[in-house]
Design a protein around this ligand. Structure first.
Ligand code: SF4
Length: 452
């Protein structure tokens, strides 16, 4: 267990008034050693908080006095102070198993921790969930949570997770729903394994046993060039179309029985099947936007100005948890203090994006009727396979694409491929052969950047 270490104190905050300084290690809050930032938040919510801190090897006591519910104004170095619960599954489709060697260590962390689900929207299979976890989720109302379902048939699920507990762990899903916890489910579909009749059975199982699920997103597996030998393969266009048809047929059934669509096929399926995206209303408020469901439609409505607000990243409930940085799990996209390039007025503009992103952005850019703006789709050779989403673009591929592009143009780079200012291969935008302007990955931001 590591101690929460204070990394920032807001000027004028209760934490500063009490004498807390960056570098302090917090031993206890009101006599309790917090396990994570969720518990931290509960404890610092009080009007008076006693802190035991360690500074320069010496322990001291501080007392914070503030209004109940007022933020403490201190940021700590991580969100989980005891160990992150790691995953004990061995899914063949796991993208972490398909990563090349030598990337930063945090990318290889296979977490299966309901706290990260609550804080950042990570998915949990519940195979390591316990009665005590359930009690905590219910007592502290840690809602919503995201749960990987994959199949409701116990044997099929255990086979997919390669874990015998996969056969029984959905009992926790039932318990969470019974306790009124909002749960979003996910099915990663592997062709020939859990599509077709297995997917049909899963949708029947959801209606039968888990109709209280808030949503169910159906996403295709990703296959990189590093995929281990085995039965793993990408969908064909016909298989993708069959998944879309099945999900849409089930949306009608769910609407008749439950009054809502419940299940949604990921945008990637519509691209794979070469089908138009459903209308924006069909996404029922885009609850799974961050998981690639409805992203194309939101981007479009932001770009055209039909949507009043931008979506951007929504890291679970992290947004309202005081003092919980996503460091190590979901870091901010741009590095702190990153230098923004001043736009070169009048220069031709190129929008850099992945192969899928290009299919969404190209028609929007074309609708502007400007011959000074073009889209540059960047192939993902680094991961290879079916990897085509913009979020997995790396500096090596962008560098190769930019090297063949003219100097003096404006190159717009969506921030979704950055984490704390770095690409997944460890390089930074400054390593690229042409200067790029990093823009937030939403339609309104792209539109604004093109209006400069
Ligand atoms: S549960 Fe998730 S992290 Fe664990 S092996 Fe399966 S896909 Fe990978």
């Amino acid at each position: 267990m590591s101690l929460p270490r204070v990394v920032a104190v807001a000027p004028g905050s209760p934490a500063e008034r009490a004498g807390l300084v960056p570098g302090d290690e917090v031993l206890a809050l009101d006599g309790e050693v917090p396990r994570d930032v969720i518990r931290w938040q509960v404890l610092v919510d009080e009007a008076e908080v006693e802190l035991e801190v360690r500074r320069g090897g010496l322990d001291r006591a501080l007392v914070v006095r503030k209004a109940a519910g007022e933020p403490l104004g201190a940021e700590v170095s991580s969100s989980i102070f005891d160990a992150v619960q790691t995953c004990d599954n061995a899914c063949e489709f796991c993208f972490i198993h398909q990563l090349p060697k030598g990337l930063r260590r945090s990318l290889y962390l296979k977490d299966d921790d309901f706290r990260l689900s609550f804080l950042y929207g990570n998915f949990t299979t519940l195979t390591r969930f316990t009665e005590a976890d359930l009690e905590r989720v219910v007592d502290e109302r840690l809602s919503p949570l995201n749960v990987s379902i994959h199949a409701t048939d116990p044997e099929v699920r255990a086979r997919l997770l390669r874990n015998r507990r996969g056969a029984t762990s959905l009992r926790w899903l039932r318990a969470l729903l019974d306790a009124g916890i909002e749960v979003h489910g996910q099915v990663v579909v592997c062709p020939g394994v859990n599509d077709g009749e297995v997917l049909e059975d899963t949708l029947v199982g959801v209606l039968d046993r888990y109709p209280g699920l808030a949503t169910l997103c159906v996403v295709p597996l990703g296959v990189s060039r590093y995929a281990p030998e085995g039965s793993l393969r990408a969908h064909t266009a016909a298989e993708a179309a069959a998944v879309v048809d099945r999900v849409e047929a089930w949306q009608d059934r769910f609407r008749r029985v439950l009054g809502r669509r419940l299940a949604f096929a990921a945008d990637e399926y519509y691209l794979l099947a070469d089908r138009p995206f459903p209308e924006a209303e069909a996404y029922e408020g885009f609850p799974m936007h961050e998981d690639g469901v409805g992203m194309a439609r939101t981007f479009e409505s932001e770009f055209t100005g039909r949507s009043p607000s931008t979506t951007g990243p929504r890291a679970g409930f992290f947004a309202w948890v005081d003092g919980a940085p996503a460091e190590g799990y979901r870091a901010p996209r741009t590095a702190p203090g990153a230098v923004r390039l001043r736009a070169r007025r009048g220069a031709p503009v190129a929008v850099l994006t992945g192969a899928y992103g290009a299919r969404v952005v190209q028609p929007l850019v074309a609708s502007l009727g400007r011959d000074d703006v073009r889209v540059v789709p960047v192939a993902n050779d680094f991961f290879g396979g079916t990897t085509a989403v913009t979020g997995l673009l790396v500096g090596a591929d962008l560098g190769r694409a930019l090297a063949g592009e003219p100097e003096g143009h404006r190159y717009l780079l969506p921030d979704v491929c950055l984490s704390a200012g770095r690409f997944l291969d460890g390089t930074t935008p400054e390593d690229l052969p042409r200067p790029v302007e990093v823009v937030p990955t939403d339609g309104a931001a792209l539109r604004r950047a093109l209006e400069v």
